[in-house]
Design a protein around this ligand. Structure first.
Ligand SMILES: Nc1ncnc2c1ncn2[C@@H]1O[C@H](COP(=O)(O)OP(=O)(O)OP(=O)(O)O)[C@@H](O)[C@H]1O
Ligand SMILES: [Mg+2]
Length: 400
């Protein structure tokens, strides 16, 4: 059953400087509006987690986020960062202390990349040497060539600018980061790359991040927890991505998550999280009678054996003709087809099977040795079985 690859404890610990964020009955009523933009929002964001706010346009995501750094003042309720009310903080200081990345990146066009990154440290009056060191460190963190430091934003690609925006938000090692549709303006291919990069970065920095998006796929990919919101910041469900996909709490969530949620669930799993079929193995020179006996075993679901070398690395599928000889030949009659890895994401593995037009394929471990067989049938039965939910939940509980 699911082995998972639970990360060591150290990885799941928040960064020392990460703080929890809690909303308690927070309401925002903009002047002149009859209805509140956010009505009695209660939400608990654990330190070191990415919490996604997702929901339709105008439901109050940006408003909810901006009340944290007091760029929007709440009308009533309470927001605490690391247990301390934001009301007790000087708004100007709070703004500097909390990293904020907005959709249009918002770099200062007439300042260089280095100057942009150093915005808050400069405001705080850090010594020049410390600023220079921090800027260099951040450029490395976001993997931006230090040579770009003296360019102006317009001389960078959209994706590079976005990374600079992230570096700027991280400059003073904020306890909380607010990211409002940070990848919204980037084309799909670069967006995926930035998302992956950002997840890698987050594994290192373990900040508390409030992340707004209206893209449910992005939410599922990026979030430790997701708050699905509707009008006036009403939270329909606050759950892990896996819980959302498997047990949408309301019809609204179900619609929002979409009809293809079975496929989305596969994106959260790896091949190692599912029970594979036993692979009947054969090595060159072995008597075929012994191999036939393996095929007859009740555990074996495939009709042909897999030829492997001495290290159990797969070479090809033996055919009926191969099995008519006395001993197993050196070469298999049928090609090996796709070879999957235990670490492959299940959705990619399924795509490989479908693309190759095969019903099943060999799965290998990190050393390249056969670990079992994955089939389209296993995947579809898994998605259909009621017992799957619990296994799956255990298998995909983060950290990523
Ligand atoms: N400064 C403002 N004054 C008055 N009403 C506002 C103001 N800002 C936002 N609103 C209203 O508050 C509601 C929530 O807006 P908000 O920007 O928080 O939504 P959102 O969920 O971020 O939407 P989007 O996905 O389109 O960015 C909307 O009805 C909006 O019109
Ligand atoms: Mg918004």
């Amino acid at each position: 059953m699911p082995t998972g690859d639970a990360a060591p404890d150290s990885q799941s610990q928040p960064h020392a400087g990460a703080s929890s964020v809690s909303y308690e009955n927070v309401t925002k009523r903009y002047e002149g509006s009859a209805e509140p933009a956010v009505d009695k929002l209660t939400l608990e964001v654990a330190a070191g987690e990415i919490c996604i706010l997702v929901g339709p346009s105008g439901c109050g995501k940006t408003t909810a986020m901006r009340m944290v750094n007091r760029t929007v003042e709440m009308t009533s309720g309470e927001i605490r960062i690391g247990g301390h009310s934001v009301r007790d903080r000087d708004p100007a200081k709070l703004r500097r202390e909390i990293g904020y990345v907005i959709q249009q990146v918002g770099l200062f066009p007439h300042r260089t990349i280095a100057q942009n990154i150093a915005t808050v440290p400069t405001l705080l009056g850090w010594p020049r040497e410390r600023i220079r060191a921090r800027t260099a460190e951040l450029l490395e963190l976001i993997r931006l060539d230090p040579e770009l430091a003296d360019r102006f934003p317009a001389q960078l690609s959209g994706g590079q600018q976005q990374r600079v925006g992230v570096a700027r938000a991280l400059a003073v090692d904020p306890p909380v980061m607010l990211m409002d549709e940070p990848f919204g303006a980037i084309d799909p291919i670069n967006r995926e790359r930035l998302q992956n990069e950002f997840l890698r970065l987050q594994a290192e920095i373990r900040k508390t991040i409030l992340f707004v998006t209206h893209d449910i796929d992005e939410a599922i990919k990026m979030g430790d927890r997701i708050a699905v919101m509707r009008e006036q910041g009403r939270v329909e469900q606050f759950a892990t991505p896996a819980e959302l996909l498997m047990e949408p709490a309301t019809e609204f969530v179900e619609d929002f998550v979409g009809a293809d949620r079975a496929l989305k669930r596969l994106a959260l799993m790896r091949v190692r999280d599912i029970s594979l079929w036993v692979a009947p193995l054969a090595t060159a020179g072995e008597p075929t009678a012994a191999v036939r006996a393996k095929l007859d075993s009740p555990e074996v679901e495939v009709r042909y054996p897999l030829l492997v070398d001495a290290a159990r690395r797969p070479l090809g599928w033996l055919s009926e003709r191969d099995l008519r000889a006395e001993t197993v030949p050196e070469r298999a009659d049928s090609p090996l087809g796709p070879v999957l890895e235990l670490d492959d994401v299940m959705r990619d593995a399924l795509a490989d099977l479908l693309q190759a037009g095969v019903q099943y394929a060999a799965v290998v471990d990190g050393a390249g040795a056969v670990a079992g067989i994955l089939s389209v049938e296993i995947i579809s039965e898994f998605l259909a079985s009621p017992g799957a939910k619990q296994d799956e939940l255990e298998a995909v509980e983060r950290p990523k």
